[in-house]
Design a protein around this ligand. Structure first.
Ligand SMILES: Cc1ncc(COP(=O)(O)O)c(C=O)c1O
Length: 379
């Protein structure tokens, strides 16, 4: 059997990883400044993470959600404390798309409405409703398309108001990324988010903050929207939550009523996934990684801002979009093959996406800064 060929692959086969470095099958070393799409939050194979997972593996790795699982309770408590959302409830699942799918569904169960407002440039995952609110026609199949999903322009308050004026009573939820990642690091304005919150309250629509990429400390806040002091009805999370172990979650405002069977999953919140997610929170707290994300993000921006070919830098913490005056593909290729540094791209071809682990050191950062300068100087 062959693999279903949907991923364009780099010709690199990593077999080992530690901290911010990877090694391939030929023993070549790579610096990871992308974390496999923002997944590596506390660094590859962090010793605490390894120990917790190994110990858990020796006890029990899985049983279904039909029995008590005290690791889920511990995870919810620790997540509530570190994120500041102690009075919210947690539903655990396996991925970002699944978290969004459940949030959209729960909003609709709650208010009985069926329309969803989303924004240009959005990416919310590839499952049914999640892909319907993703602004990329190439990945929305006919089965996912419906006029119930309404697109509004990013940071456009007037359009938002017009849509609500006409269809507000039918809108079940508004879904928005804390910071848009896939579209090239687009940051919402305070005015825009405040207006969304105001309209959601006025029309009884649920505000869903997708923090799958921008959450878990990446922006220097636990969730990116917290910079603005706005409280959503639901917050979705995945990626950095398990540092590579698949886990996702929905943080749910207490006004939403749970009932038996309303939501569910076979694998979500299993023992191993919880052990991974608890280890991530322990390390984030112990090593004060949100502060490091702020500090190292500032440092990178200051070091690179005057490099040639950089038009602008869009950034919060270690969620960094470097806009070049040209397509970034060759720069990215040269960073990878000439300097052994992983970076990311985005839907905006000129934007290089930089998403290193939150415990990246100054020395590791200097390797990236030096390599980027060499590559850009040569163009
Ligand atoms: C903002 C956002 N939401 C949702 C998703 C989907 O997450 P997953 O791939 O875990 O389903 C992603 C993935 O890139 C994302 O960036």
């Amino acid at each position: 059997m062959n693999l279903f060929n949907v991923y364009p692959l780099f010709n690199i086969n990593p077999v080992k990883a530690q901290g911010s470095f990877l090694w391939d099958d030929k023993g070549e070393k790579y610096l990871d400044f992308y974390g496999g799409h923002a997944v590596i939050s506390i660094g590859h194979n962090h010793p605490h993470y390894q120990t917790q997972l190994k110990e858990q593996l020796e006890k029990i790795s899985f049983y279904s959600n039909s029995v008590e699982n005290e690791l889920q309770t511990e995870l919810a408590e620790k997540l509530g404390k570190l994120s500041g959302y102690e009075d919210y409830n947690l539903f655990l699942c396996n991925s970002g798309a699944e978290a969004n799918e459940n949030a959209l569904k729960l909003a609709s169960f709650h208010n009985g409405k069926s329309k969803v407002l989303y924004f240009s440039g959005s990416f919310h995952g590839r499952t049914s409703a999640a892909v319907s609110v993703t602004d990329n026609p190439k990945i929305v199949a006919p089965v996912n398309f419906s006029e119930r999903f309404i697109k509004s322009d990013w940071n456009n308050i007037r359009q938002l108001e017009e849509i609500f004026e006409i269809q507000g009573n039918e809108i079940s939820s508004v879904i928005i990324e804390g910071i848009q990642g896939v579209s090239g690091i687009m940051i919402p304005t305070f005015e825009f988010l405040s207006k969304i919150k105001e309209l959601c309250e006025k029309y009884d629509a649920a505000l869903i903050l997708d923090e799958v990429q921008s959450g878990y400390g990446r922006s220097g806040y636990f969730f990116a929207h917290q910079e603005f002091g706005i409280e959503p009805d639901m917050i979705t999370t995945a990626k950095g939550m398990g540092n590579g172990f698949p886990i996702g979650g929905v943080l749910i405002h207490p006004k939403f009523q749970a009932s038996n069977g309303l939501l569910g999953t076979t694998f979500g919140g299993n023992h191993l996934a919880c052990a991974a997610a608890i280890a991530v929170l322990d390390v984030m707290k112990e090593e004060d990684l949100m502060t490091n994300a702020q500090k190292m993000g500032n440092y990178i921006e200051n070091e690179i801002k005057d490099f040639p070919h950089i038009k602008s830098i869009r950034r919060k913490g270690l969620m960094i979009g470097v806009e070049l005056d040209q397509d970034c593909a060759e720069v990215r290729k040269s960073l990878l093959y000439d300097h052994h540094i992983f970076t990311g791209n985005s839907n905006d071809k000129s934007v290089l996406r930089i998403l290193p682990a939150l415990n990246i050191s100054k020395e590791e950062t200097d390797l990236f800064v030096g390599a980027l300068k060499t590559v850009l100087d040569k163009i």
